[in-house]
Design a protein around this ligand. Sequence first.
Ligand SMILES: [Zn+2]
Length: 54
Amino acid sequence: MKKPTRDEHRHHCTAKRRYRSQGDALDAALLAGVERKRQAYICALCGRWHLTSV
Ligand SMILES: [Zn+2]
């Protein structure tokens, strides 16, 4: 598995939905019924929370 480049990171960030808090991110995952498949993480680029797309 190759490491993503900085540009790929930025693309992921802009393509992903942002959440104000970990709770918001997890609530969104819960509503979508994917809380067991997603994890919330704080983004170093925008300082907001995203959900993993694993
Ligand atoms: Zn971000």
